[in-house]
Design a binder for this molecule. Sequence first.
Ligand code: AHR
Length: 600
Amino acid sequence: LLTIDARRPGPTVPSRLGGIFFEDINHSGEGGLYAELVSNRSFMADPRAPLHWSALGGATIALDPTAPLNEALTRSLRITVRGPGSGAANDGYWGIPVRPATTYRASYFAKADGHTGPLTLALTGTDGTVYARTAAPAPGRDWRRYDLTLRTPPTAPATMEARLTVTTAGTTGTTGTLWLTQVSLFPPTYRNRPNGLRPDLMAALAALRPAFLRFPGGNYLEGNVIADRFDWKKTIGPVERRPGHRNSAWGYWSTDGLGLPEYLQMAEDLDCEPVLCVYAGYSLKGEHVTGEALRPFVQDALDQIEYITGPATSPWGARRAADGHPAPYPLTYVEVGNEDWFDTSGSYEERYAAFHDALTRTYPHLKLIATTPVRSRPYDLIDEHYYRSPAAFAAGAHLYDRRDRATPKVFVGEWAAQEGRPTPNLRAALGDAAWLTGILRNSDHVVMSCYAPLFSHVRDNIWATNLIAYDGLTSYHSPSSYAQQLLRSHRGDTVLPTEVRALPGLSAVTTRDHRTGRLYVAVVNTGGTPRTTSVRIDGIRTIEPSGRAEILSGPGPEATNTLSDPTAVVPRSVPLNGLGTRFTYTFPAYSVTVLRLHGG
Ligand code: AHR
């Protein structure tokens, strides 16, 4: 029996209950959401070799630390060219993806010595096929930026095998030395933003209807050591002035082209609020900062908040305006650090206190999120993280039922049932969905939550189970992503007490939309048998006989989506009849169902 009691409405669903958490893991940013196609574009990834670059047509290439573009980009690529067709190629992130009838924005800084001829910029297949080509002027003796477009014809294939090539053109002036740096190639981006994001991945995030964007990490925020932290001041301004940093937590270079301005623009484009995680003086291998030494880090956080929220007349607000966004961004929640329970030195108490005092003094309206309990200062939310088996997640649907409401409210800032690679299978999605029934039921106390990690490139699946995966050309939603979309888009504003009796494997929650009178009964069946269930609704006079069921299910718990079969597990919508305040419904095996009922 499943009973719903509309006489005793429960919590109002918090407006920020469901968000997203983005960090650069599994090439989520570089080679992923950040649409740049050239890998190691500014030669900063490795001081020993020009990774991802190769010589063409008898040229020799080398890193040149004596020919920096500026104080941020301290190395360039020196190319000794030896005749026509001589130059260098970049192989991108597991190849440069090419599509038919597409315009690419290319740019680079170049200079020359001895070499006087023009260049050719092209997208070339490994077999020599040229997919797009454009002529480029002869570089002069001093650094200069060049902007070009490359356009593929309608007959071009969709392939991930291309390289970007820069070679000498013509037959004269083709010997000598060329230098290149900040070599960039962008396909069309989301909303056509310069230095922008990949449209299909942004559309995938928009489908999740996030209320907020937690960023930039996660371990990515902290780095293995302090020097590798997300040092936001080095991630703003023109991209050729951003040195980049080692993403030591996840093992690759970050250009910081996806920097603070881009994260904020991303939140705005997704129509959601940024939730900022500030670096709080602790890095993953245990380095931590206390006392006087903490001051600059606290100041960095204050400046960061001014960059985000200050008027364009304030010093850091002016920097934001110069970066293209004169209007301040909204900001309500700031998280101090990440997973500081790992800091066995116990320094979080002191570190949190220092950030708390400075931040609340300057920005008293801000709400602070602590990452582990603190005694000496208050916090508005505590961030809790859960990575467990699908079964543990299904059981966890009741975790917060028992939480003492006198304790601080909760932000579940990272959670995910762990099964499936690179994305969760149906069993994990069911665990996730059951867990979400518990989050919604307890949303008087758990007021924000977001799944993690969001993204994995299929070629760099460091963290096993991620919500959405992709290669250079295409992407797909996992069953868990569909389950979350289903539960988020079929939800009312008030939780109604819902009880499931004698039905092992079922988790349920009901919400009511007071504007439309609709009831949304969300039921997860983690079991392998269909469950025929009597449903009783008390406290509502009439329920219209017809409604709809939104159902996500699959042939078995291992069913999953992949790049080659992206729609193996997708939701379907079916009409319902014979509804009322009492009816019977059979919840399919391995399913998430939302019954949409119209109450009178
Ligand atoms: O989501 C992956 C990692 O898990 C995050 O970077 C970290 O906060 C957690 O340990």
